[in-house]
Design a protein around this ligand. Structure first.
Ligand code: HAM
Length: 451
């Protein structure tokens, strides 16, 4: 039997790469516009990093990390998320000393040993940003705005931004006590895991994947349960801060949240601050958010993030605020398919197919193809002695914009026939000027297509 990719993992075949690249390109472009710089971290990390950041009682750490011992007996994990690694890299690279406030972005695979289902994989990809070194609410607003702008630039229209605040650590301790009091009478009805979480980290009951615990926790907390997508609404209104949330905020955290809401209003980003939702990672403080998209079914969070003001210190650095988000690329691509026409980039033709009339002309053809490539023009040719007709069919299949036909007569006249398949036109171009002419034509066509 042929071998298959592991459950929850998948290949990205060439036909899908155009869309992946377009999303990656857009995310990088928009992030750079906001002043974020790319960084890359290893796929494997010391297990302790995630125990200390994501949290020992979270599902990610307890059940979903791919963990193994290396030959030296060190406990290694395949990274389940990017934030902890970025903070580690920030500290290890001394950016807190050399740069201070740093705006960073990353893109790559993450690994969680979850039960695979639609929109939930064991290897998936995230595009994420982390703004480290500021406690300003303007940075929270910038991060949410950047997230929405990237998703919109990728063609997602029907988005709902859920916004909430989990308060500072002192607020969380107080809120946990209140939630415990409310849950205590139903303790026996919780699953075994949640009974363990009750004392250690009661907020984890809120995101238990067991529907009974989940329902009980949200019902008991007096909060409306997380709702589905409704499309972005106007600015968030002025309900009491923390309304409907299990988190009770101190005056400072309320003021911070209010400033984030106002800044988002000023940026024209709509949000819903009434529906509460749980974040499955322990490092969050204050602002948390989730962006939901249409067409994703149960796994409709296309991006999520929030502020983590203690994490840098908890990982051995100075006390400094930080905030970020990560978008799931697979979910983003799936949401794109929902009611969206293929982009111009996908529809339009590009590049040149150099067809040769006889196999003996392969050498001259190869020279010309290389010339085109060195001028930055995508160029293809046949290496298998196909008939001219078959080569023309191949050019069409590869969606080339030009076909250049090289025959004996052309070589003698030091010229080549160039057909533009988009314009249905044809001309004869001197061989010496061939590469420059095609490069110029391709550039003009690309500019017209993006105008
Ligand atoms: P997260 O909510 O665990 O947050 O993941 C962020 C996004 O990654 C989700 O909204 C979803 O789109 C995608 N995602 C997560 N798990 C899977 C999966 N198993 N299969 C497919 N897609 C998935 C974080 O990872 C935080 N590090 C975000 C953050 C950055 N917070 C602050 N900075």
């Amino acid at each position: 039997m042929a071998l298959q990719a592991l459950r929850g993992t998948s290949d990205v075949l060439p036909e899908a790469i155009t869309r992946w690249s377009a999303v990656e390109h857009t995310a990088r472009r928009v992030s750079r516009c906001y002043g974020y710089q790319e960084l890359r971290t290893p796929l494997i990390e010391d297990a302790t990093l995630f125990l200390r950041s994501v949290g020992e009682t979270t599902d990610i750490v307890q059940k979903e990390m791919f963990r193994f011992e290396d030959r030296g007996g060190h406990e290694i994990v395949l990274r389940p998320e990017g934030t902890a690694s970025v903070v580690r890299a920030y500290l290890e690279g001394h950016l807190h000393k050399t740069e201070g406030f740093s705006k960073l972005f990353y893109l790559g695979p993450m690994f969680r040993a979850e039960r695979p289902q639609a929109g939930r994989f064991r290897q998936f990809h995230q595009f994420g940003v982390e703004a480290i070194g500021s406690a300003s609410p303007w940075v929270d607003a910038e991060v949410v705005t950047l997230c929405v702008e990237i998703l919109r630039a990728c063609g997602l229209a029907d988005l709902t931004v859920l916004l909430s605040s989990m308060g500072c650590r002192a607020d969380q301790a107080r809120s946990a006590e209140q939630l415990r009091e409310r849950l205590r009478p139903s303790l026996q009805e919780l699953c075994k895991d949640c009974q363990g979480r009750f004392d250690k980290n009661v907020f984890r009951v809120l995101d238990c994947k067991n529907p009974a615990c989940h329902a009980l926790a949200w019902k008991t907390s007096g909060s409306p349960r997380p709702t589905g997508s409704h499309g972005i609404r106007g600015s968030g209104g002025h309900e009491e801060v923390g309304r409907g949330s299990p988190f009770v905020l101190c005056a400072d955290c309320q003021a911070h949240f209010e400033q984030v809401r106002q800044a988002l209003g000023a940026a024209g980003v709509g949000f819903d601050d009434t529906a509460v939702f749980a974040r499955g990672l322990d490092y969050y403080t204050r602002t948390v958010f989730e962006v939901r998209a249409q067409g994703l079914g149960a796994q409709d969070a296309v991006a999520a993030g929030g502020r983590y003001d203690q994490l840098v210190e908890e990982l051995g650095g100075p006390s400094m605020g930080a905030v970020g988000f990560a978008a799931g690329i697979e979910r983003l691509l799936r949401a794109q398919e929902h009611g969206r026409a293929p982009s111009d980039e996908q529809r339009s033709r590009r590049g040149v197919y150099l067809a040769i009339a006889q196999p003996a002309l392969a050498g001259e053809g190869f020279r010309l193809v290389q010339q085109l490539r060195s001028h930055g023009v995508c160029a293809l040719m046949d290496y298998d002695h196909k008939s001219l007709k078959a080569q023309l069919r191949e050019a069409d299949k590869a969606r080339c914009q030009f076909v250049a036909i090289l025959g004996e007569a052309e070589v003698k006249q030091r010229a080549i026939t160039l057909k533009d398949l988009e314009q249905s036109s044809q001309e004869t171009v001197p061989l010496e000027a061939f590469a420059q002419t095609v490069a110029q034509r391709a550039k003009t066509a690309a500019a017209a297509c993006h105008a």
